[in-house]
Write a protein that binds this ligand. Structure first.
Ligand code: URA
Length: 405
């Protein structure tokens, strides 16, 4: 029976809802073997899934675990990024939105490979507690309007099991599988309104904008099916977002945006994303939402909310320090910075200790890189382009991070 289902996908025949349920439930209870699931996923990767099949998958993923619901459901708005180098926007957006009295419940993950994870960034703050049970989440949102914690194992366990297998079978890049994975987790999290930051480019999961658009259209169909609203923003991730790449360095950069000390691309991106979240939740125009977002940044209400949130979850910002950089990388000759390669920067940061290859690897919260230049800048020979932070003795090769001419 399971073999017939796999063969049907190979022959590009449409599976019934019952066949999908049988196969996926079988995988959860162990009657479908890992090698059968691998073949099934690879057939899907090659031949795709119809819209109805995608909906049936999402339902099975949701049914595999618990689905949260909150009394503030009508106002709750969640944001999800498809992952990019130096993306610390959640740390900035969450307190902005909460400072505008919109409840924020954000469940995040750890980084793997070249993309960082919000949970690793938060854990780089001494004392910050990432684990929260459902009761604690509800209590914290009631008291301070904001919680950011790690995703509980009870939400879409089928996604967790399948994702681990996709990771080692070359089946991560299938658009329907990505849409199912992201949307089932988001819907199970209890919000009904979502802003998605769709990253594309060399520092992102999806390399081309068209792929990001294709993924977004499928995600929107799933959102509509569950009576959810979704907004999509597209971000080119061929260079890192902001100056810092590495967990504690990124928290420090987020703080400088919240304090109003930094007004570059990262600030602009956060204002844009936060405005979409506020407009969705308050049902107001984007222009009105942007005005409110800028107000809570300028009045420092967002920064005050950030401090309240971090301290509520045990974090001690006064201990958030970083050692001096180990070395600085300087311009080998004078010229213009044509390109800062996000992927190369992420690789250097990972080698310095900021990232992991497997979820069991330890990371060093203080390591990473800090960029002192952006694309288009003119630099002189010997000028510092980037500082490197690490406890390691060996410094990775950094020849390919910058293109200067
Ligand atoms: N992020 C997810 O949560 N799932 C995917 O399949 C890919 C990226």
């Amino acid at each position: 029976m399971f073999v017939e289902i796999i063969d049907k996908v190979r022959r590009k025949e449409i599976l019934s809802k019952e066949e999908i349920e049988l196969f996926l439930q079988g995988y959860m209870n162990g009657s479908v073997q890992e090698y059968q699931m691998s073949a099934f996923l690879m057939a899907i990767c090659c031949n795709g899934l119809s819209k109805e099949e995608v909906f049936a998958f999402v339902e099975c993923y949701l049914q595999s675990g618990i689905q949260l619901s909150f009394s503030q459901e009508e106002f709750l708005v969640d944001k999800h990024s498809t992952g990019g180098v130096g993306d610390k926007t959640t740390l900035i957006l969450a307190p902005i939105v909460a400072a505008l009295d919109i409840p924020v419940i954000k469940m995040s993950g750890r980084g793997l490979g070249l993309t960082g994870g919000t949970i690793d960034k938060l854990e780089s703050i001494p004392g910050y507690q990432v684990e929260r049970n459902l009761e604690e989440i509800k209590q914290q949102v009631f008291q301070i309007g904001l919680v950011v914690c790690s995703a509980t194992d009870e939400i879409t366990p089928l996604d967790k099991k399948t994702y681990a297998l996709r990771d080692v079978t070359g089946t991560v890049s299938s658009i329907p599988l990505i849409a199912i994975s992201i949307m089932s987790k988001k819907i199970a999290g209890g919000a009904k309104k979502f802003v998605f930051d769709m990253k594309y480019g060399e520092g992102a999961f999806l390399k081309e904008k068209e792929e990001a658009e294709h993924l977004a259209s499928l995600m929107l169909e799933i959102a509509n099916q569950y009576h959810c609203q979704a907004d999509f923003i597209y971000s080119d991730m061929s260079h890192p977002l902001g100056n810092a790449v590495g967990n504690r360095l990124e928290v420090l950069e987020a703080i400088s945006v919240l304090k109003g000390d930094e007004k570059g691309e990262l600030y602009e991106k956060c204002v844009l994303l936060a405005s979409h979240m506020v407009a969705l939740s308050k049902k107001c125009s984007l222009k009105e939402a942007e005005k409110q977002v800028k107000e809570v940044l300028e009045s420092r209400k967002a920064f005050e909310k950030f401090k309240e949130w971090i301290s509520y979850q045990g974090g001690k910002l006064e201990l958030l320090q970083i050692e001096d950089p180990k070395i600085s990388y300087v311009a080998p000759f004078s010229g213009t910075i044509r390109k800062i390669h996000a992927k190369e920067i992420a690789m250097v940061s990972k080698e310095l200790g900021a990232g992991r290859d497997s979820l069991f690897d330890e990371i060093d919260p203080s390591s990473g890189v800090y960029l002192h230049v952006k694309e288009g800048d003119h630099v002189q020979k010997g000028q510092i382009l980037m500082d490197l932070y690490t406890a390691k003795k060996e410094i990775p090769k950094i020849d390919f991070c910058f293109e200067i001419d």
